[in-house]
Design a binder for this molecule. Sequence first.
Ligand SMILES: *[C@@H]1O[C@H](CO)[C@@H](O)[C@H](O)[C@H]1NC(C)=O
Ligand SMILES: *[C@@H]1O[C@H](CO)[C@@H](O)[C@H](O)[C@H]1NC(C)=O
Ligand SMILES: *[C@@H]1O[C@H](CO)[C@@H](O)[C@H](O)[C@H]1NC(C)=O
Ligand SMILES: *[C@@H]1O[C@H](CO)[C@@H](O)[C@H](O)[C@H]1NC(C)=O
Ligand SMILES: *[C@@H]1O[C@H](CO)[C@@H](O)[C@H](O)[C@H]1NC(C)=O
Ligand SMILES: *[C@@H]1O[C@H](CO)[C@@H](O)[C@H](O)[C@H]1NC(C)=O
Ligand SMILES: CC(=O)N[C@H]1CO[C@H](CO)[C@@H](O)[C@@H]1O
Length: 658
Amino acid sequence: MQAAMYLLSLAVMCWKLQQVYSVQLRDHGYEDVIIAVHPQVPENPQIITAIKDMVSEASFYLFNATKRRFFYREVKILVPNTWQSLNFQRPQYEAHQKASVMISNPNFSYGNDPYTLHYKGCGNKGKYIHFTPDFLMDDNLLMVYGPRGKVFLHEWAHFQWGVFDEYNYEKPFFLSVDNEIKATRCSSEMVGMYVCKKRSCSDGECIIDPLTGNLEEGCMFLANSNQKVKSSIMYMQSLSSIVEFCTEQDHDKEAPNMQNKICSYRSSWDVIKSSADFKSTKPILGTGPPPPPSFLLLRSRARVICLVLDISDNMAKGQQFHRLRQAAAIFLQQLVEPGSYVGIVTFNETAEVKSTLRHIVSEDVRWNLTSCLPDTVRGGMSVCEGISAGLQVNKGLDGITEGSEIILAVSGRDTSLPTCLTNVLGSGSVIHTIAVGHDADPELESLTESTGGKMFFTSNNKDSDNLIGAFTEIFPVNKDPPDLLTKITSVQRLIEAEGHFSGLVIMDKTVGNDTVFTITWEAGDPPYVIIRDPSGFNYTNENFDHNLLCQVSNLKIPGISQAGFWTYIITNTLKKSQVVGILVTSRPSSSTIPPTTISGEWTDEGITPEQPRTVFAELKQGHIAVQGANVTAVIEPESGDPIIVTLKDNGAGKHHIY
Ligand SMILES: *[C@@H]1O[C@H](CO)[C@@H](O)[C@H](O)[C@H]1NC(C)=O
Ligand SMILES: *[C@@H]1O[C@H](CO)[C@@H](O)[C@H](O)[C@H]1NC(C)=O
Ligand SMILES: *[C@@H]1O[C@H](CO)[C@@H](O)[C@H](O)[C@H]1NC(C)=O
Ligand SMILES: *[C@@H]1O[C@H](CO)[C@@H](O)[C@H](O)[C@H]1NC(C)=O
Ligand SMILES: *[C@@H]1O[C@H](CO)[C@@H](O)[C@H](O)[C@H]1NC(C)=O
Ligand SMILES: *[C@@H]1O[C@H](CO)[C@@H](O)[C@H](O)[C@H]1NC(C)=O
Ligand SMILES: CC(=O)N[C@H]1CO[C@H](CO)[C@@H](O)[C@@H]1O
């Protein structure tokens, strides 16, 4: 795959999206640790047993290594909805996106190596830990990695406290200031011998290359299996004596490893000691072991979603209402996954149910739901009325709201919001909020956060696609080939009267099934569109389905669309300027090769607008990071012009063990 291709095709929108993070520390115990088994993993009760054993064992190691401070109290195991045999409960707000640990099939670069995705630097939390089913079940691998519970602790230290590896395969040796050749290790007291893989030094002595002063290629440091030292878990947790982290005393500041590089030469224990977890927790007195963790088994199910749309006067500003309806139509027609249940509610000072839950089983249902979208705005607003009606609609499937979702699109503020907080929080429903325009309610942000939803702010910029973008981001990422929907391109532009706008779409060969080109416009008849495929064939307006009410046109490419460069020319046929947009989505071309996807987020530690923020983008194929690609981020501030930045790949995303 050519990395350079991403430069053009992946202009990422970054929204202020709070970290999806579920783990809680309460009274020494970690709770809400979600371990999600990927939908592709075939049903196997042994995986559940292996997870329980691993975490139970890890709890002892964690408790011991943190000097009786922490243990695992409550772990939720989320399995795919195809797993039938065991007795599972339904998830409340837990979702794959919030999982701290993912269990999925091995991927290209890691094999069975456990790893933790973390790129936010020293002392910050990671995204998730990854294990393969083989790692959990194949006992032959114990010789390679050591006890699974200790491996879990190694990964947990990356994930929860932001410490890094103390080994380095690329630089296994270094020349110390005393001119000594040393192995990159921790603790520096670990004993072993230098051996050589090459025949020329079969006597076991490594030779120093006179040119570089380094050990010859092929030399290895073999740690003795019997050690006196107890550290370090971030270096070689497989050895039986290793039960602690390197401290200031035995940490080698000169060793060329990630821990030194990213944590400014601090030891892993030093970093752990300065974590919020550690500072708030004293050791438990006594000598007894920690209580065993409890496990909750959860099975994911079809999504139940209610769109709750603001139709108050606040929405009347500019093109807001038109755009919201357009974005909602695209959501209903294309984005929401087959098999979901969707309802629609509108609200001003009162709420109206436009559609009860409909099961998305056909194009007809999608069109029928689209025809239920509101067509006028009028009146005051009560967000609580809207939310209550949305919860009521979500009960339609089986009488409960737990685990259902609301997509709330709202413009302006509602001072009565706190009155419904308890209702909402007690419902177990996730609320995603799209704040339309700049004067949206900051209280909604905390409401959204406390339900575990995603929050989006969309600006009034004329040529902004961020309302549609918000809906595409709410779309889950836990789905896998062949259902995973990928956004290839999304652009909107203000085009002058009779002007046109053209561009290029790069279709990667990992996608191409069910490719849809969606054109949006503002008024009158559809703009004139030509889409040319890589072989030179032109698709024109006759090939599109037009929804004149919402001003959305779709072109579905039959079969698998060709990989390569697709071009489009969109001509405004009106005698005045208007905003037109193009959205291209597709699904994986193969059920086994995951498509390349990208996601972005902000740092979110309560910073003021004046302070610089860091933007992270994660470009990956399946769960694997794609390296060497240039990524451009378009950041839309709540007011003012978009900012375009090129993101640097600092490579810190790739950390794995042995
Ligand atoms: C990414 O950008 C850098 C600096 O602009 C350039 O040197 C490099 O070749 C680019 N890489 C790709 C894959 O386009
Ligand atoms: C941790 O375990 C080791 C033996 O594995 C033991 O020597 C040490 O005392 C334990 N530490 C704590 C704090 O329990
Ligand atoms: C869609 O709506 C039409 C008219 O309201 C109705 O006749 C049709 O049965 C509906 N289709 C589905 C799949 O609900
Ligand atoms: C609020 O919306 C409803 C439709 O849902 C409408 O009938 C009603 O007139 C609106 N209220 C006001 C004050 O305009
Ligand atoms: C496709 O459209 C382009 C631009 O209008 C035109 O130059 C080209 O000749 C067309 N190709 C075919 C095969 O009609
Ligand atoms: C494309 O997707 C459809 C339905 O989503 C599926 O039936 C078909 O097998 C897929 N084709 C390939 C090549 O994966
Ligand atoms: C599911 C998947 O991508 N599996 C691959 C993981 O990596 C190994 C080794 O590189 C491949 O053989 C698998 O096909």
